[in-house]
Design a protein around this ligand. Structure first.
Ligand code: DAH
Length: 585
């Protein structure tokens, strides 16, 4: 039992009781309680609507449901006044509040980072995903995620870059997609790929969701007009957890961490005379060139075969080609310096992880597409015999900077997956380990040092198959068994190539593999190591399609018993049958 009585929690009527959330399905129930709603764009105070104390029952995943609440929307007190914070700053607040699902007679919602959100027909959260919100691995000094964050920040550091952490994972769908120019039919928007709290709010799928606010902040903090010219920051980094419905294997987890970085150059008017537009432009271009030549050299072998821009990866109409060339070089070299530092440290720590003394460290640039940059690139590293995608980047779309109030600036941005970098750095073989609370894992890492991970033991796996008929055709955008199609846990992807697929959104009723993954995650938690389609066929007469998935169960910390696995698998099978439109075979 737990009493939530502080000003930082949702408070409901004293008589209210709460029970555990039974399943994802219950979270899908539509909500009508408008009183719970409070947009994340409208910064709210730590306290939320209701005024009295409540009693809660704590559950496995710290998720709570109200059982017999009688409060109606009409009785709910008005929302608290909005304090004067800028929209971006609200994401920087570090308030330690548990996530709480409230269900009030047909209306339900969740409190995340002290802000309430009402569910609606769009909601597709699961208790398992919510149990990972607020873990803040990036704040734990001895954790590999935090060590990696600080390593990145040491390359992109003040006074040039302001380093942010965005602790509230809830963003508006506008910030996550529309504001960045995602087309309406981009597959990343679909409910099979993204966690929706409701129609307007999502768990961010990438740190780029904060770009607009971060650029606005840059605009106000680095005023360069007239006599009041201040230096300010010219760039930023943002570290945060991001959420994507995805496949299950040793390098995919639905919650992972990203770091966003950007650098801008603006017009710097002379203090003493009226500049012509040409003079302003020339000064800006010279500054980019100066910054480029001031970057230190690195020892990486780099392949970069493409022109900096061309018709399939064009420079923007508003940009001067010489400036784009200089910015592209500055962007690429800045990231090469980062990767050289990471890979060298990884090699020094473990010998065999990245390259060897005989094998030179090698990276390559390839053209890419993101809705919010043009031209765009990805950086890959040659690792254990194959090219591995590390990050996405590009020249920021000018409309974005204009919207953020800094149209006189031009700049670049990148997004990198922290887990992938950390897996290289520390030689961590399974992404689930980052969430481990086992001392045998945690005690291996120390702030500021890179050490090779020593597996403490390998416990046996246990696999089980489940086969079923699906009634609707698989959604076109993400066909069955297209695992890892969004670029991997740590890779770029949320902004990936919209031209590669059509949206799944129009086929809500259709079978989607990510829904299987979600049920497995929710029932098995981190005991699910891998889920793969092992067989599929179409019945010759009925035309129905059968799929068979193999689920590998394995604990990273102990040997699982048969009974335990049977019980979990039984729950998975029962939920597949009851929550998806499938018929077990
Ligand atoms: N947000 C992208 C993703 O998660 C990564 C990315 C690509 C970030 C290009 C950027 C960028 O800032 O310029 O897939």
């Amino acid at each position: 039992m737990r009493l939530l009585a502080t000003g930082h929690a949702v408070r409901v009527a004293r008589s209210a009781r709460f029970v555990a959330v039974p399943s994802t399905a219950s979270l899908r129930r539509a909500s009508s309680n408008a009183a719970l709603e409070q947009g994340t764009r409208q910064p709210g105070p730590p306290g939320v609507p209701c005024a009295e104390e409540a009693t809660y029952e704590k559950t496995r995943s710290d998720i709570l449901l109200k059982k017999d609440g009688s409060r109606s929307a009409a009785q709910a007190p008005p929302q608290s006044p909005v304090p004067s914070r800028t929209p971006f700053e609200q994401y920087l607040i570090d308030e330690k509040k548990p996530n709480t699902i409230l269900n009030d007679e047909g209306s339900s919602g969740v409190v995340i980072s002290s802000r309430p959100h009402t569910f609606d027909a769009t909601t597709n959260l699961s208790p398992s995903i919510l149990s990972h919100v607020d873990r803040r691995l990036y704040m734990q000094p001895d954790h590999p995620i935090c060590i990696t964050r600080k390593l990145i920040e040491s390359v992109f550091s003040p006074p040039t870059y302001e380093n942010h952490i965005a602790s509230n994972p809830v963003v508006t769908a506008t910030d996550n997609f529309d504001g960045l120019g995602f087309p309406a039919d981009h597959p990343g928007r679909s409910r099979t790929d993204t966690y929706y709290l409701n129609e307007n709010h999502v768990l961010r799928t990438h740190t780029s969701a904060h770009q607009l606010h971060a650029f606005s902040r840059l605009a106000t903090r680095s005023s360069t007009t007239g006599e009041t010219q201040q230096a300010g920051y010219s760039g930023y980094t943002i570290c945060a957890d991001v959420f994507r419905r995805d496949s299950i294997d040793r390098s995919h987890f639905p919650v992972f961490h990203q770091m966003e970085g950007a650098h801008t150059w603006g017009y710097k008017p002379s203090k003493t005379k009226q500049d012509s537009r040409y003079e302003l432009f020339k000064r800006r271009k010279n500054e980019i060139a100066r910054d480029l030549y001031d970057l230190p050299s690195h020892g990486l072998k780099v392949q970069d075969l493409n022109l900096p821009f061309h018709k399939d990866n064009p420079a923007q109409a508003k940009h001067d080609h010489e400036e784009v060339r200089l910015m592209a070089k500055h962007l690429k070299k800045s990231l090469e310096i980062l990767v050289a530092k990471v890979l060298t440290q990884a090699r020094d720590a473990g010998g065999s992880m990245v390259g060897t003394s005989q094998e030179p460290l090698e990276v390559r640039w390839i053209d890419a597409y993101f809705p919010f940059t043009s031209p765009s690139w990805e950086l890959e590293v040659f690792w254990q015999g194959e090219w591995l995608e590390l990050l996405g980047c590009g020249i920021v779309k000018q409309e974005l900077l204009e919207k953020a109030g800094c149209g006189d600036k031009i700049g670049w941005a990148w997004g990198i997956g922290i887990e992938r970098l950390a897996m290289l750095l520390f030689g961590i073989p399974d992404i689930r380990l980052f969430w481990s609370q086992d001392e045998r894992f945690l005690s291996q890492f120390k702030e500021g040092t890179i050490t090779k991970y020593e597996p403490f033991s390998k416990y046996p796996e246990c696999y089980k198959d489940v086969a079923f008929w699906i009634s609707a055709a698989p959604a076109a955008a993400t066909p069955v068994a297209e695992t890892g199609s969004r670029g991997g846990v740590a890779a770029a992807a949320a902004g990936g190539d919209a031209r590669k697929a059509s949206p799944a959104e129009s086929q809500l009723a259709a079978f989607h593999e990510n829904d299987v993954m979600e049920i497995v995650r929710d029932s098995a938690g981190s005991l699910a190591e891998d889920v793969k389609l092992v067989d599929e066929f179409v019945h010759p007469t009925s035309g129905r399609k059968s799929l068979c998935y193999r689920i590998v169960y394995r604990s990273l910390e102990r040997t699982l018993t048969n009974e335990e696995v049977n019980q979990i698998h039984g729950e998975v099978v029962a939920r597949l049958a009851s929550e998806l439109d499938v018929e077990l075979r």
